[in-house]
Design a protein around this ligand. Sequence first.
Ligand SMILES: Cc1cc2nc3c(=O)[nH]c(=O)nc-3n(C[C@H](O)[C@H](O)[C@H](O)COP(=O)(O)OP(=O)(O)OC[C@H]3O[C@@H](n4cnc5c(N)ncnc54)[C@H](O)[C@@H]3O)c2cc1C
Length: 464
Amino acid sequence: MTRRAVVIGAGLAGMLAAAALSGATDEVIVLDRDDLPDKPEHRKGLPQGRHAHLLMAGGLAAMEGLVPGVDMRRHLLDAGAHELSLGSGMLALTPEGWFRRWRHESPRMFACSRALLDWAVRDAVLTHTKVEVRRATVVELTGDAGRVDGVRVSSADGDTSLEADFVVDASGRGSRVTHWLGGLGVTGVKERTVDSGLVNATRVYRTPEGAERFPLTVLQADPYAGRPGRSGMILPIEGGRWMVSLAGTRGGEPPADPDGFLRYALDLPDPIVGRLVSGAQPLTDVHISRSTSNSRRYLEKAREWPEGFVALGDAVATFNPAYGQGMAVAALGARVLDDEIRRGGLGADGLARRVQRGVARSVEAAWAMAVGQDVWYPRTRGGRPSVADRLVTRYSRRLTRAATGSYEAAAALWDITSLTAGPERLFRPGTLLAVLNGPLLPALEGPPLTEGERDVLRALDRTP
Ligand SMILES: Cc1cc2nc3c(=O)[nH]c(=O)nc-3n(C[C@H](O)[C@H](O)[C@H](O)COP(=O)(O)OP(=O)(O)OC[C@H]3O[C@@H](n4cnc5c(N)ncnc54)[C@H](O)[C@@H]3O)c2cc1C
């Protein structure tokens, strides 16, 4: 008998899950409601694709080995992604001051358009496995509370059912998983939303001549100042372009008109983003996104869970994009699925439940990081700082302050934000000592630019 897996959604979580399933089944069918482009192009079903996406090192590490025979780092670099060092390739202003740039080794980040990343991963999976993608919208799961045995789909050919031995929901933030499970009799799944009301505004520019090696520039929002958070970022992407994303929480939202966009960038706690883009040539309009809340479905806590079904990626949890974690968490979830399949085979009893619990564990660190900061914004809905939040925040702010002038502290922070280490990294003796000692070097008064970068900034600056 043919063993078939069906994956709902051909985004990052879906394609990586399909790769994980391909070795354990005869057939993997990925269903997406969208028409998938055969080159790196924006598509309707991925509205967030217009905005800056950084892939953290922990996400890339989880992706390595999922697609047989593909060195994912090499594949992304060949496709045009930039590899940036967290320690030396970034200018970052935090609520505690500017980070220094260190020559030492540090985790890497990958910068490219979301269209390129998704296309490159999809291409790798479709070229190196027997996974097949079909255009169809899934409307419900079939089966019962004990086992999911397929999906009902709606497509250009009408409504049909597709049987499957295993189904993965990777349909993203708008997933109807709770409703679908309810239809099978699996009820009582708790959900939580913590919403800072963040609005993202993004515009793409041509990278100015001479600025090709200018570092990734990030001005982080300050959750602790008692006012709306405002942030800005210049991300180098493929094709000689800068993706410039501005973001503000409720009450501090960036505007969509080009003049307002520039003014907003210049009014950030440091004007560097505004000064750089004031002399750069825009290639697009300003695009706005409001789908930015932290939302979590506690599927792993459901009293009963059907065999043959798991949910991954944004279908389980979404994060304020300012923390750049969603794709890495999606990859970690696919890795959990892969590990469990390798351990006991796809037919092992209780596999789906174990995967769902493992996925929840891989969500935890990113969730704590995002929600632990967002609850401090004055107009956040869905959560206020608890006693535990206050304690953790006091410690993490001291760590960040220490990281502005201590390599040991900076290295701990990089490991945590890039999801290459879990929260236990915060409490290693070396980290504790670095936090106690605080910054060993004096605070920087401005961005740590090289002479050449200062020239680039001066040459681009058109502000009065
Ligand atoms: C503004 C913004 C910026 C972000 N920046 C970052 C960042 O810097 N770094 C980072 O790691 N993350 C970032 N994220 C988060 C990241 O976009 C998501 O975490 C990631 O897309 C999750 O992947 P996914 O595969 O779970 O879902 P998606 O990428 O949303 O894919 C879901 C897929 O399912 C399909 N689909 C939906 N419903 C159905 C259905 N019923 N039937 C068939 N197909 C269906 C859709 O067409 C889509 O292709 C950002 C998010 C936003 C909103």
